[in-house]
Design a binder for this molecule. Sequence first.
Ligand code: GCW
Length: 733
Amino acid sequence: MVTGLKYLTLLAAVLACSPPGRPPDEVQHVEDGYDLWLRYRPISNEMRLAEYLDAAAYLVVEGSSPTLRATRDELTTGLLGLLGTELPAETRVSRDGAIVAGTPGESAIIAALPIAEELRVAGEEGFVLRAMSVAGQQAIVIAANEDVGVLYGAFELLRLIQTQRSLRDLAITSAPRIQRRLLNHWDNLDRSVERGYAGSSLWEWEALPDSVSPRYRDYARANASIGINGSVLTNVNANAQVLTPEYLAKVATLADVFRPYGITVYLTARFSAPMEIGGLGTADPLDPSVQQWWAGKAAEIYRAIPDFGGFLVKANSEGQPGPQDYDRSHAEGANMLADAVGPHGGIVMWRAFVYSNELPVDRVRQAYDEFTPLDGAFRENVLLQAKNGPLDFQPREPFHPLFGAMPETPLMMELQVTKEYLGQDTHLAFLAPMWKEVLDADTYADGEGSTVGSVIDGTLHGYPRTGIAGVANVGTDRDWTGSDFNQANWYAYGRLAWDHALSSEEIAEQWIRLTFSNDSAVVAAVQVMMLASHEAVVNYMTPLGLAHQMARGHHYGPGPWVEGGRADWTSVYYSRADSGGIGFDRTATGSNAVAQYFPPVRDRFADRDSVPDDLLLWFHHVPWTEPMRSGRTLWDELVHRYNAGVDTVRWMRATWETVEGKIDEQRFLDVQAFLRIQEKEAEWWRDASILYFQTFSDMPIPAGYPRASHPLSFYRSLSCPPDTRKPRCEAIY
Ligand code: GCW
């Protein structure tokens, strides 16, 4: 927070904004994060400003659909902010400097341009952005086959201007690689958010449908600006109430606000809804009355929301009802719902995150065992939604072995944008590198080059339908995501959903320029911080392939000692630490989960000599004294990694100090404070984990590494506040 005095000083600086001594633009504004990456602050680079003023002098948008109106609004607002001048809207190209936007269907100007081939490549949702001559005048063209493509193109143009790129040789044709690019909200009808760390749910269920928050539109704008085209509004731990007429009217209102921005709404379907709100005695998917109930419900939904996307379902997992309650398979359950929404063009996204209460089998192998026999058994409008890894959004996991293993069933990937296991709102962890690791991983399903990305974008197996889902991190906090840097993960998710070939480096750079500053010193400093941040978290929480060492329930602080109760919800189940070593044997001598991967990946992971260090303890139980590639023993390497994590955070803090005065003060201070917390908590993770594992290794801390300042009993006695939205443990070190 900015103190009153600091605020006044800042305000004085803003008011006295005449050169010389005028602070760079990024420093002038009091920023609260609400504008995300759509800040549209004045261009400070005068050369570029002159170029843009020439290139963008007036606007010609032909067509009047709500989406084209939204496009015109965004361009007008954006360019007014960036260039300091309102662009007149004109109906023809009469001189240089037009921005011409539209589709060939509705715009005769666009239809007359020689860009047919580019438009073909752009497909249904893509766009063509070109500097070219129109009616003999120099213009910038934003063309697409559908209105929503024009909107995406407009956002791309604004992004180029915000990041101060030259428009002179502009020639971009862009099309999304994946069709359904969704956010999954784990939002409950009481407005709590499961694993949400940014306040309450954005959806004001009680006030809807009569009262419509302006945030809904800004939410839609933000999503459209990064290509997200769908929202599942409700938690996968579902409540059937949302399917009642009262709630469907509210959902329809949200859908109306989102529609111009190309956002389709979806809902989670509670499998037992026919009993809970339908008055039936069963939810058996093969029972005709149940089938009829869902068909009627689907028809009712489509009457209220004609472009409704479909259902997302978590069934027979963690206590949720499902077809197995009636001895039916997941395919029978999914197909019943698919038949209900199919006639209306809807889809069913069936989650593969299932594992049994009863089975004593390694949890990470259960989804594969359950679903691969069902390949080909699903209706064509069913997509199977698997998490990036086989466990549960850990800081590092190998890719899910289902990817590549179901050629007849479209697989979607679910990523968790909200950082349940990665420091939640406070810790800085930029997740693009983690997601890229999975997207770029080679499954070898169909020989070399069968990357996970090529599975989910449909190119490997020719899936007719494709999708990707990100568990949303947004809420009612003014900055939407609970911290400035968590915004980067929302941004990165959208950008990768559009094009998973983008690099983490370019996504980070873009986001910094849009969000903080175009100053190259700021960009360079913040980019290296972001790119190092995920690995830092892996190191101080779960190095060398460890997983699920978090405290019980809230998953925030360390809890390597957690045991008792259901085994596969404990830490000791995953670390398998004992006097002989540490790690989960998933080779043939253990659970053999490694056999679920295609060769040669299987062999690489299974062989102690070729498994990457980063996944060592995921696949192997390793003696404490075993030498590692580094030459250290396993124990020394573990100590080294925990410390490397802490050291990186310390370095991130120091690096952040270098941007002081180069960005606005409020966000500088907010990030500074969070990095301070992160450093303390990284030490807490390190010390608690090392002391705990030392009780098994019985080996000393190698020379040169710090010792914990408290005994293990102290760390074991710590617990974070029960408020899972903001579990700060700072006060208790
Ligand atoms: O990651 C775990 C979470 C649960 C979540 C579940 C799931 C929605 O701890 O909060 O429930 O996964 O993905 O279904």
